[in-house]
Design a protein around this ligand. Structure first.
Ligand code: SAM
Length: 317
């Protein structure tokens, strides 16, 4: 019951796939189909542009897109607003020389968003370890006309950061498996919650956090990477602030000079930030983005961004 009420406060988000058309064209098309530019809660046919994410539209929560030609042909992608934050914050370059990794790609919403931000230029490696999900990923990328993506059916943790193919990778997106506890209406999570006792839940979250930390530390080993975004759709600090806190203290971060990107590089106009009490340095919470399920008109979400700082020695030498 509580889940349904929260879902009613989340618009149906539609990201315009700029490989195929523009937001202006999309707005004209939906207007011609009887939608009105007002707002997602004004009427069942209301819609508007999102204020934080370019090319994202908001429709009324119950709007259906199964029969929408633009949706079926990949011209628009149904993607929650918060799930658009990671690619926007990673901000990959749109150049022929760009080399970017999406380490955990299926079903491919963020991969296709990255590809769009890169203007279909450069190279985007998209790793996915699960074979069935990999197949979904390749279909999605083909439908969305993503031409700069090389999908790879492999475990990112087995990829050698020193392989010459990845020598020029500058940006990595990490959106690994998580508890999914931020997803409104996720019935399997509710069942898990009911059937698990506190110890079992703590164990499961610990295991996830350990894996998530490994993924960040692995990404930090790529020699040219200077920006890594780590995100989850979890509400638990153990998968979010605590993983970031431990990553910052790791040998990989220290050796390679990684720190958190300052707030002005991490969606600065978004008001809800990390939980200060869960960080060693509470001031760093301002660099983190959180979304509270339902309350922020999104699902629950967390985003962090690590950047490699140029040391004094190398900048003066
Ligand atoms: N970023 C995706 C999107 O927006 O569509 C969602 C990613 S989902 C949260 C996590 C994905 O990572 C799953 O498909 C899972 O199979 C995959 N995965 C988990 N561990 C992995 C690993 N070590 N290497 C590659 N893929 C992995």
């Amino acid at each position: 019951q509580q889940q349904d009420q929260r879902a009613e406060r989340i618009p149906r988000y539609v990201r315009v796939n700029t490989h195929e058309w523009t937001a202006k064209e999309a707005i004209a098309s939906y207007t011609s189909k009887g939608f009105t530019l007002s707002g997602p809660f004004e009427s069942s046919k209301g819609f508007c542009s999102d204020e934080h994410i370019p090319n994202l539209l908001q429709f009324a929560p119950r709007t259906l897109f199964h029969d929408d030609e633009a949706y079926n042909s990949g011209k628009v992608i149904l993607q929650d607003k918060a799930s658009c934050f990671p690619a926007a914050i990673l901000d990959p370059p749109a150049s022929d020389a760009a080399v970017v990794i999406d380490a955990t790609a299926a079903p491919g919403n963020k991969t296709s968003h990255l590809s769009a931000l890169m203007g279909n230029r450069g190279k985007l490696y998209a790793f996915e370890r699960d074979r069935r999900r990999f197949s979904t990923l390749t279909k999605m990328l083909s439908n969305a006309q993503c031409k700069n993506v090389s999908p790879v059916n492999a475990d990112f943790l087995t990829v050698d950061p020193l392989d010459p193919s990845y020598a020029s990778v500058t940006h990595i997106l990490l959106d690994p498996s998580c508890s999914g506890s931020g997803i409104v209406n996720r019935m399997d999570y509710l069942v898990e919650q009911e059937s698990e006792n506190e110890t079992e839940q703590a164990d499961r979250l610990q295991k996830l956090a350990k894996f998530q930390l490994l993924m960040i530390k692995h990404a930090m080993k790529f020699p040219s990477v200077h920006r890594i975004v780590y995100s989850t759709c979890s509400i638990h600090a153990i998968e979010n602030e605590h993983v970031v806190r431990d990553a910052l203290k790791s040998d990989e971060a220290c050796t390679n000079n990684f720190r958190l990107a300052p707030r002005d590089q991490v969606l600065p106009t978004w008001p809800r930030r990390g939980l200060p009490g869960e960080m060693d340095d509470p001031d760093l919470a301002a660099s983190l983005v959180r979304c509270a399920p339902g309350e922020d008109a999104t699902n629950g979400f967390f985003v962090s961004c690590f950047v490699r700082s140029v040391s004094d020695a190398s900048s003066s030498g």
